[in-house]
Design a protein around this ligand. Sequence first.
Ligand code: HEC
Ligand code: HEC
Ligand code: HEC
Length: 387
Amino acid sequence: MDRGRTLAALGDCAVCHTAPGGTPNAGGRAMDTPFGTLHTTNLTPDPDTGLGRWSFSAFQRAMREGISRDGHHLYPAFPYTAFAKTSDDDLQALYAYFMSLPPVQAPTPKSSLNFPFGIRPLMAGWNALFHDPAPLQPNPRQSAEWNRGAYLVDGLGHCGACHTPRNALGAEQGGGAYLSGAMVEGWEAPALTGLASKSAVPWNAESLYRYLRNGHSPQHGTAGGPMAEVVRELAQVPDTDIRAMATYLASFNAQTSEAEARAQAQRAVATAAARQGPLLGPAQRLFDGACAACHHDGNGPTLLGANVPLALNSNLTSARPDNLLRTILDGVREPATRDIGFMPAFREALSDAQIAELAGYMRARFAPQEPAWTDLQSEVARVRGDE
Ligand code: HEC
Ligand code: HEC
Ligand code: HEC
């Protein structure tokens, strides 16, 4: 059962298949999709409302082809397009795990889908266009560890479900768009392929490993949004598999040694500290009053948590201010791990104008190499309104 549980954690099954406050895996979570609002199903072995009457081959067909036991097509908000790459052995272990859970009676709430997507048979055409159910072929020119990483990232890990942009019909785009970054639940899931060019310090296998294992990397920042849930689930996945994913992802970038990365981090932090003087003004006072007690670059005490220097935070170097604005508005309430620490929300305490001023100041101070964000006040209003 342990193997099946680990695979379920990698696939985030319980993250989607649990209603807020509900029994794990009993389904009922509402999901907004381009097709309308869908509800996740009950994965416990209840015979009437769950998987109780499902054979292994019915489960296998759902995971590979997106077809339910009674033959109806499932929508790709269920990431079967990625899960299809999973080996039969692993699907067997997953199936055995779900069948071992205590059965819970929980009917799936009705979905409300937009025309024409309410017509499930249309999904057969969608699959013909966008879904490749073939298992992943190992790449013989790469190491066993790299291939293991590719299998986990592209298969059960379904990292592309959030990190790859989708087309108008909700299909992940292929080719160069693969893992090139996308918006999800109002957050930006950054590019995992163009990583090196965007962050203050390029990612390497070690920092990717640390981020996926601990939810933060001392040279990049923390998982505070939807990625926090992913990292919490990954906690059950063995170290060798986390390393394999890091090795695979790192291969998309030019490699930076740890020593070089550390030197770059020190330079970025020193630059930000030196810019405190020239930028003095109301925004600096706002930052000093509201933020600096916890976020300082100097030698003062680390009041709380991981305290990754803001000069290294990916949210500040991004082309979009969304993740920074969301963090200021909502704080860090559910960090991936407790040692990351908590941050209060400033939604009530600061006006749109103040947050816009603060964000503009932070961009200039902590990511001076990047162009200023424009139209910040309406960006703040947009992000504030979209909860
Ligand atoms: C990103 C959210 C998400 C994740 C992660 C996810 N699912 Fe689902 N799943 C869904 C949604 C939504 C549906 C319902 C789709 C529909 O009704 O068309 C679904 C449907 C299913 C079904 C079909 C059930 C039925 O009654 O037809 C199975 C089986 C299933 N999921 C298994 C899994 C397993 C196993 C995992 C983990 C490896 C998993 N899911 C992870 C969202 C998710
Ligand atoms: C549910 C959507 C979702 C899934 C699934 C997901 N991510 Fe993320 N990821 C995000 C978001 C959103 C962020 C931005 C930070 C945050 O949420 O705190 C992120 C951040 C990251 C970062 C840090 C990037 C940076 O530049 O700061 C890495 C690395 C990462 N994810 C890797 C992965 C890997 C590997 C997987 C698959 C095992 C994965 N993600 C699956 C949504 C997701
Ligand atoms: C009570 C302490 C505290 C205060 C006050 C505080 N923060 Fe934070 N902040 C944290 C902690 C803890 C984290 C998570 C650990 C980390 O990233 O160092 C965090 C993380 C962040 C992040 C990174 C989030 C991510 O996903 O990587 C940003 C950006 C940020 N804070 C901005 C601010 C701004 C702007 C203010 C002032 C308006 C502020 N913080 C005030 C404690 C605080």
